[in-house]
Design a protein around this ligand. Sequence first.
Ligand code: MYA
Ligand code: JJ1
Length: 388
Amino acid sequence: RHKFWETQPVGQFKDVGDTSLPEGPIEQPTPMSEVKQEPYNLPAPYEWVTCDLDSEEVCSEVYTLLTNNYVEDDENMFRFNYSKEFLRWALRPPGYFRSWHIGVRVKTSKKLVAFITGIPAKIRVRDAVVLLAEVNFLCVHKKLRSKRLAPVMIKEVTRRVHLENIWQAAYTAGVVLPTPITTCQYWHRSLNPKKLIDVGFSRLGARMTMSRTIKLYKLPEQTTTPGFRKMEPHDVPAVTRLLRSYLNQFAVAPDFDENDVEHWLLPKEDVVDSYLVESPESHEITDFCSFYTLPSSILGSQTHSVLKAAYSYYNVSTKIPLLQLMNDALIVAKKKEFDVFNALDVMQNETFLKELKFGPGDGKLHYYLYNYRLKHILKSSELGLVLL
Ligand code: MYA
Ligand code: JJ1
């Protein structure tokens, strides 16, 4: 069934539910001297390159490859359109390795035809903090599909991760592989229902007119929570404390320090937005919400070429109900002209999705660990991790 994945240290389908197997690493690290020193072989026309994202030219080549060949929905109507600034942010967190930004070029023309990346992260899995690689942006040009290039790319990123003495990874995919630690549902909240319907992202509900639909999704002009404001650099220590204590309740969650919070959560125009609630009396930071910007190209429309989507990221409520906090997030997203606000059913998101008029999408997202076994698969609400 899975000729490649059957050979890898990942939970296998035959072992699902076998609680006699221990939780933790599946295989032990090999001595560094035994890590392969040379890259894996590619078919003769292609060569490995390390992509320098500091270079405007290289960043544009990666952007173009992904814009034309990355993830689409099941009916091929939309394709993720990560911006260059987003890619630079996503791929250069504290402690990143340039050698984990891996491209494949055609030797003769130097055209970039495939890509895969890793970034380092500390993820807590129950009581253990694991230093691992988050692997993302695996992409093979449409004309080179089904030639078994993906397994070679995965082995090469694995080798380069091993060279840094790191032996675990986390990744997500829309496809089912051996074997998910949890499966999440995408939910969508219309902000610009007319455009969403015009481009086929959503449909008019039964017994609904366009004007009733627009009224249904209307939002106030202004946020409602006193003390709700954009996060600023001086908030990093307080947000780090708030987020660390909140994420403790989940079985799998990032172990963020202040440097991570500065990188991942300080607002960055058209990349990531973060808001918090500062108590008007005590000036304590009590609540927090954030979302990232990931547009999609609209593949067949005469009228619109991009769908502007916000994706729920990390949210913390201690004083204000999460429902009210996320309603304010919707209000600011609408003001910033996003067409839709997307969220997974992770963490406590189920407590607001239905009430705030999100509807389930047709997509699911499966989460995986490489070389780390969990005894039990998680409920999506036990997951405290959002990958980009
Ligand atoms: S998920 C996003 C993936 N990208 C896309 O969906 C973009 C559009 N699609 C493509 O570009 C291609 O279809 C890709 C496959 C490149 C996905 N994750 O070369 P092939 C297995 C893992 O003939 P192609 C993301 O970025 C498939 O089951 N494996 O196929 C996270 C089969 O193996 P097996 C996948 O269609 C990536 C084999 O590849 C995926 O030409 C995490 C077929 O290869 C997938 N999304 O290319 C990667 N799709 O026979 C794993 C297919 O066994 C990281 N396959 O079923 C693991 C950790 C590594 C680091 C470890 C460190 C210690
Ligand atoms: O965006 C997604 N689906 C949309 C569009 C569907 C178009 C036809 N296939 C959707 N729309 C309905 C919205 C509606 C709004 C009003 C309320 C009811 C709902 O369902 C889906 C997610 O649902 N997205 C995808 O399929 C994209 C791929 C998802 C997997 C991503 C894997 C990437 C991993 C990278 O690490």
